[in-house]
Design a protein around this ligand. Structure first.
Ligand code: ZN
Length: 128
């Protein structure tokens, strides 16, 4: 379920965004949205490069909260920067959903991370 959600959000849902909001140039928009996945190249700077129980958001350089602020600023610019901003923010949202799966399966792996605080708050609010 986690993998399906992850790949659908990374590859499938950008088509929906491109077609609904940028219909005049939806194919070009879709390619730009896919290209924003290059943001995951920052994983190459981490040791180990891949860790199934590590939450990307708030950990990698291009997934940091400072970077996310910059991605919000991109929304204020014209195309293609706005589309890049949408792609990057949607990427962060997708990764955050992965973090929610990690949190549900193994809370210990998120101890002392900034997202743990957010998920603890949400769980408390939902009475979980
Ligand atoms: Zn990522």
């Amino acid at each position: 379920m986690q993998s399906f959600t992850h790949y659908f959000l990374h590859f499938g849902f950008p088509i929906v965004i491109a077609y609904l909001f940028f219909r005049d140039e939806w194919k070009k928009t879709y390619l730009i949205l896919l290209a924003t996945m290059l943001v995951d190249l920052d994983h190459l700077l981490a040791t180990p490069i891949f860790d199934a129980n590590r939450c990307s958001v708030g950990f990698h350089y291009l997934h940091s909260y400072y970077a996310i602020c910059v991605y919000f600023l991109l929304l204020l610019l014209k195309r293609p920067f706005r589309i890049i901003g949408i792609g990057l923010l949607f990427h962060m949202f997708t990764d955050l959903i992965d973090c929610a799966f990690i949190y549900r399966n193994c809370r210990e792996s998120l101890i002392d991370t900034s997202v743990q605080v957010v998920f603890d708050f949400i769980s408390t609010m939902m009475g979980m």
